[in-house]
Design a binder for this molecule. Structure first.
Ligand SMILES: Nc1ncnc2c1ncn2[C@@H]1O[C@H](COP(=O)(O)OP(=O)(O)O)[C@@H](O)[C@H]1O
Ligand SMILES: [Mg+2]
Length: 426
């Protein structure tokens, strides 16, 4: 019989550890207090994690979450064939050693009677306390998702983001029909042979609302919103950017539903940037390889946004990866009017909206938001100085417009229109 040994848990062990844990759970069919996603999140965020291995096989694992002097043992799992050999107690002893070095002085564990680990805990001097009840409340998303979501930096967005988007009727119409409706009504879509999209690209000048649209879609679907930041992925992973990208996608696969957003995707999928960021591993390639797997799951949508669709690697844009490539353009006058109204607040009653719309021709929604804020600030300051019940005037806002540098230029518009000819797919 080969012998086991103990060592620290590595990220590479994750798949084998989860498989072992699942088998273990089927064996003792108790309901764990800490779902595996929470266990892993805690292990990575300063907890302790030890595995027992035989060759390459993970046959046991113990994990704790440590908070100051208090620690919780969140997992003790043993492979079926390796029970009753003292592995459980050895794992706990190792875990305690690590906890102690972090200043832990009180260790608790919450286990169902007879669950894996109960014997090991008793043998290691833990005393069970009777007369306590464990209370729990699960929030809207599956409890197993909560920890993982937090770990991925994801969240559920409030409802109503869609209607917060003013104007932009053309974009709203396209995105609603092509993206939101088929995903929101998959059965109906299926009945009519409509294939819901799994991945789309939004492109357009900065500040036109690409990020806002991505969030609004998540808000309408009620799916958690996870944003992958190319820079953060690189910083968080110990290995290469490609490896962290792969790990992130693996974590995402555990979520029931998710809208994954990658902003400024040219940073990791640009013709040059892909190479510049990570010459040895080809992160663009990695992302290309990950997209098909992502597409295999239901209730998943990848939205990539870029200000520079022309600098994306052509391989990235080849059909089969992205269902739609959608422009999010500068607001026309009716969109500008709606956006001004959204941001004018009470001043909407006292200014000539038409003049503002005309004067802000080269403004993006973000520019309008900025100018509206500037105008309001000026009026407010005047009132603070004079206390005469100042009313906002058109001139206040025209001045604010003059003081705001428009994002759009002739060149930006020319390029955007060229890009529409070349890249749009919808
Ligand atoms: N249609 C819109 N109505 C109201 N505000 C908008 C609209 N589009 C964008 N904004 C505002 O403009 C700012 C920039 O939008 P954002 O979505 O970040 O643009 P992008 O991602 O295209 O650069 C945000 O503060 C957003 O609230
Ligand atoms: Mg953005």
């Amino acid at each position: 019989m080969p012998t086991w040994r103990l060592r620290d848990f590595h990220d590479d062990d994750l798949d084998r550890a989860i498989r072992m844990w699942e088998q273990d759970r089927q064996a003792d069919d108790s309901y764990p207090v800490f779902p595996i996603s929470e266990v892993m999140a805690a292990a990575r965020a300063g907890g302790s994690a030890v595995v027992a291995v035989v060759g390459d096989d993970v046959v046991g694992m113990a994990v704790s979450r440590n908070e100051g002097e208090r620690a919780w043992i969140t997992l003790v799992a043993l492979s079926d064939t390796w029970r009753n050999r003292g592995i459980g107690s050895a794992l706990i002893t190792e875990l305690e050693r690590r906890m102690r070095s972090q200043g832990v002085r009180r260790i608790g564990a919450l286990l169902a009677p007879g669950a894996t680990g109960t014997k090991a805990l008793e043998n290691s001097g833990y005393r069970s306390r009777s007369g306590l009840l464990y209370y729990e409340k699960a929030e809207h998303i599956a409890p197993s998702d909560a920890g993982l979501l937090a770990e991925l930096g994801g969240r559920l967005l409030p409802p109503g983001l869609w209607s917060d988007l003013a104007g932009m009727e053309r974009e709203k119409g396209t995105i609603e029909r092509r993206i939101v409706l088929p995903l929101a009504e998959p059965a109906l879509a299926d009945r009519y042979g409509v294939i819901p999209p799994k991945a789309v690209i939004l492109f357009g000048p900065p500040g036109t609302g690409k990020t806002s649209f991505a969030k609004a879609v998540a808000s309408r679907l009620g799916w958690p919103f996870v944003e992958l930041f190319p820079s953060r992925i690189a910083a968080a992973g110990s290995g290469s950017l490609a490896t962290s990208l792969r790990e992130n996608f693996a974590d995402l696969a555990e979520l029931e539903s998710v809208l994954l957003f990658i902003d400024e995707v040219e940073e990791i999928a640009g013709t040059r940037s892909g190479l510049a960021v990570d010459p040895s591993h080809g992160v663009t390639n990695e992302l290309l390889k990950l997209i098909p797997g992502f597409r295999d799951h239901d209730e998943r949508l990848l939205i990539c946004a870029t200000n520079s669709v022309r600098s994306l690697d052509p391989a990235f844009l080849r059909p089969g990866r992205f269902d739609y490539v959608i422009p999010v353009g500068p607001p026309d006058s009716s969109a500008r009017s709606a956006i001004w109204q959204r941001y004018l607040g009470p001043a909407a009653d006292t200014v000539d909206l038409h003049q503002l719309v005309e004067a802000s021709e080269m403004f993006t929604p973000a520019d309008i938001e900025f100018a509206a804020r500037k105008g309001a600030q000026a009026v407010f300051e005047r009132e603070v100085a004079h206390r005469q019940g100042t009313r906002a005037t058109t001139q206040d806002y025209l001045t604010a417009i003059t003081d705001t540098r428009p994002t759009l230029t002739d060149q930006v518009l020319t390029e955007f229109n060229e890009d529409i000819q070349t890249y749009v797919r919808m």
